[in-house]
Design a protein around this ligand. Sequence first.
Ligand code: B16
Ligand code: MG
Length: 210
Amino acid sequence: MRYRGVIFDLDGVLCSTDRYHYLAWKQLADRLSIPFDETVNNRLRGVSRMASLEIILEKSPVAYSAQEKEALAAEKNETYRKLLGGMSRSDLAGGALETLRTLRGRSVLLAVGSSSRNAPFILEKIGLDGFFDAVVDGNAITRSKPDPQVFVLAAQRLSLPPAACLVVEDAHAGVEAAVNGGFDCAAMGDAKDDPRARYRLERLEDLTAI
Ligand code: B16
Ligand code: MG
């Protein structure tokens, strides 16, 4: 591999928690009588919890105070955490473990770069806590994707420059964040056809051919 480090997004790349985000936001939106569908959901990928709420509230007939917004975000997170509670190692994306082991076998450093504050809980659930050389998540950053902060911090923790790292992303906001930070990006899922990505992955295993 021509990169010395690979930084993986979590939701939508290493596991499909994006489905649980959708279900939890949908429950909140339905309760508030706000229209919410997969198109709106796709705009939430990689975006922080509060920024996601702001996108959902664009279609709200009612205006909410900052305090009310905090409560709505907490409500969504409670629903989401309940769904996460049912996860296990079998929820790790197909081919992920083999891919990670192959890359590690080639001495590539491995990191997670996620906007999620629930990342430590999810990594534990899918059996990957303690596996990565660096984990940077929503608890460590002040600016959400498309700001590159999460990836810049991950590269720093790997002691590598951005040009030596590849970012793997499923979100347009994440591809943009990678490019903004000077990283090459391999895109999959919802972002697969993003022209800013250097590589397109049909599946995670395709990474081992880069
Ligand atoms: P939380 P990623 C992102 O994770 C999700 O894609 C995004 O939909 C979510 O709003 C964000 O995490 C924050 O998650 O509410 O758990 O802190 O794709 O960057 O791994
Ligand atoms: Mg993602």
